[in-house]
Design a protein around this ligand. Structure first.
Ligand code: PMP
Length: 289
């Protein structure tokens, strides 16, 4: 059994080289610790190949640019780092976490022009994100926190600051026996879960929120492509909360979540139906092909 995430055997790639897992540390006056100047990626490796690896590396660089934090590595260098870590860890099926942040340096105020932008990559074995929800359907709470307007924060970046309300939402959900929370956006439309996008089924057609103020997940885009290949109509649009009652099926998509059926959101119930199962299976097949 592995220990805490800071107390494991293995190697982590940090700023260009592999270091022992327990030595992959930062100073307490790291800018990111105080001001959330950090962006990251969550990726999954299947049979030795990271699914959509380059897209994740490109998104990491785009997230850095979006928070005015250029990351001093190329996509090719990040790709090499990820596979170097997997090899050093002896892993072929793993979760891969790349994280870039403003380190400690000359600056300790809000501005951070003089501090280095750093990059690390770690990989570990990580099973189903929602435990047995994959079979039964996850139970979701409804968060009191809203996805913020793109005028408030770079809402398309996979940036640490955007996850503060996600952690709070998820803790509140877990206290009610739920495995995640659905969040509305700043206008009141259905948005996403705390680390996954959402899909709904009604009369054989699929409806998914327009990602105009939250992450347009790589899994989401993959699943939309799969649905269209199966000649299933997909509506990307604004979804009102009162529509939840009329949807028959619901699932979540995300690198960690993969395709996870949802059985309940607040007082609304959904069946784990044929289309949900079909998409979950097709996704599983695709990532291993
Ligand atoms: N929304 C949020 C807030 C997330 O953290 C994630 C996971 N990265 C997603 C959506 C899904 O994105 P992806 O499919 O690219 O993993």
């Amino acid at each position: 059994m592995a220990g805490g995430y800071d107390d494991r055997d293995g190697k982590i790639w940090m700023d260009g080289r592999l270091v022992p897992w327990r030595d992959a540390n930062v100073h307490i006056l790291t800018h990111a610790m105080h001001y959330a100047s950090s962006v990251f990626e969550g990726e999954r490796c299947y049979n030795g190949t990271i699914f959509e690896s380059r897209k994740h590396s490109e998104r990491l660089l785009a997230s850095g640019a979006a928070i005015d934090m250029p990351i001093p590595y190329t996509v090719d260098e990040i790709e090499a780092a990820k596979y170097q870590v997997l090899e050093a860890m002896g892993l072929t099926d793993a979760y891969v976490r790349a994280v870039a942040w403003r380190g400690a340096g000359e600056d300790m105020g809000v501005a951070s022009q003089r501090n280095p932008v750093r990059l690390a990559v770690a990989a570990w074995e990580w099973g189903a994100y929602y435990g047995d929800a994959k079979m039964k359907g996850a139970k979701l709470d409804i968060s009191k926190w809203k996805r913020p307007s793109p005028e408030t924060i770079p809402s398309h970046a996979k940036a640490a600051g955007l996850y503060m309300i996600c952690t709070m939402s998820k803790h509140a959900a877990e206290a009610k026996g739920c495995s995640d929370a659905m969040m509305f956006d700043y206008r009141g439309y259905v948005a996403e879960a705390t680390g996954a996008n959402m899909f709904f089924v009604k009369n054989g057609e699929v409806h998914t929120p327009d990602p105009d103020c939250f992450l347009n997940g790589i899994t989401r885009q993959t699943v939309i492509g799969m649905l269209r290949d199966k000649q299933i109509k997909v509506h990307e649009r604004h979804i009102m909360p009162e529509e939840l009652e009329s949807f028959e099926q619901c699932w979540l998509t995300g690198t960690a979540a993969e395709v996870t059926p949802v059985g309940q959101i607040g007082d609304y119930s959904f069946e784990v139906g044929a289309l949900t199962r079909d998409i979950a299976q097709s996704y599983e097949k695709l990532v291993r092909s």
